[in-house]
Design a protein around this ligand. Structure first.
Ligand code: G1P
Length: 296
């Protein structure tokens, strides 16, 4: 089934306090995972799903992000003069991926508030939201499937993944029932970061959403929730509770490879896993890890 082209929104206005001091003068989305900033993987994922228009919601320290997706003519010229075409290609990758736009969040009032800032750019269309803390392996396309499900059933679609119950308090959590599609569930209710006791399941929202424009009206009416922030999960919970608002809320249950870069330990693990998979770094890194393991 061919899917229509949609826009992507990437909220990148968080304070990144878990990575201080690295994020003192730089957004956390610019932290390198191997040799690319995390946000470039996310834009590449959107492009792979057929998206060519990306809006990044920025906070302070926006310059690094804007510069990354812009041309850098002096450097391009120098590399061209030297005949270093491999590096030239690498430097130009980010600026030729997609049309990347920026809007400031203003007050950091939460993920729901950040998404609301996209209303003018997105207009009256379905759009995707991708959070930079979750990297999805390019070999396991998730967003393409979500767009297909959203289009086919005129639904809001959230990516879900099974997590260990001890981890559910870190995520939005879904109460679901099966559908005829084995990888798709109907979402009856959502709760943001419940305790293990209160959680309706071990299905966690991972940072991919395909949203319908009706979400904007709901977000405007959504009161601050967990942490005093306007939560996207709370707005989705309202949609799930009333199908008249915007049709069903469905979950695509992802069983592929996801790398979490949200905290320091997971970030280190993700960098190592992604480097191990690469032909240029994997063999030498793997050999070193084996040697190192013997000394631990
Ligand atoms: C956000 C969402 C949460 C979701 C998570 C996925 O939380 O509020 O529902 O499960 O992203 O990464 P955050 O991690 O930004 O606190």
């Amino acid at each position: 089934m061919s899917t229509p082209s949609i826009k992507a929104v990437i909220p990148a206005a968080g304070l990144g306090t878990r990575f201080l001091p690295a994020t003192k003068a730089m957004p956390k989305e610019m932290l390198p995972v191997v040799d690319k900033p995390a946000i470039q993987y996310v834009v590449e994922e959107a492009v792979a799903a057929g998206i060519d228009d990306v809006l990044v919601i920025i906070g302070r320290n926006k310059n690094a992000l804007a510069n990354h997706f812009d041309r850098v003519t002096e450097l391009e010229h120098t590399l061209e003069q030297k005949g270093d075409l491999t590096k030239l290609e690498r430097v130009m990758e980010a600026s030729s991926l997609a049309d990347v736009h920026f809007v400031r969040q203003g007050d950091p009032k939460g993920l729901g508030h950040a998404v609301l800032r996209a209303q003018k750019h997105v207009g009256d269309e379905t759009f995707a939201v991708l959070l930079g803390d979750d990297l999805i392996d390019a070999r396991d396309p998730l967003l393409t499937r979500m767009i297909e499900v959203s289009h086919g059933q005129s639904a809001t679609v959230v990516a879900l993944m099974e997590v260990d119950p001890s981890q559910i308090h870190l995520y939005g959590c879904a109460d679901v029932e099966p559908t005829a599609d084995p990888d798709v569930v109907r979402i009856n209710a959502l709760v943001e970061k419940p305790s293990a006791d209160e959680a309706p399941s071990n299905l966690a929202i991972i940072g991919r959403y395909v949203l319908k424009p009706e979400i904007f009206d709901v977000l405007e009416r959504t009161e601050p929730g967990k942490g005093g922030e306007i939560q996207l999960t709370d707005a989705l919970q309202q949609l799930a509770g009333d199908e008249q608002l915007a049709g069903p809320v469905l979950g695509v249950v992802f069983g592929g490879r996801r790398y979490d870069t949200g905290d320091r330990l997971d970030y280190l693990k993700s960098s190592i896993q992604l480097a191990l998979d690469r032909d240029d770094l994997g063999p030498a890194l793997g050999a070193w890890i084996k040697e190192l393991a013997e000394t631990l």
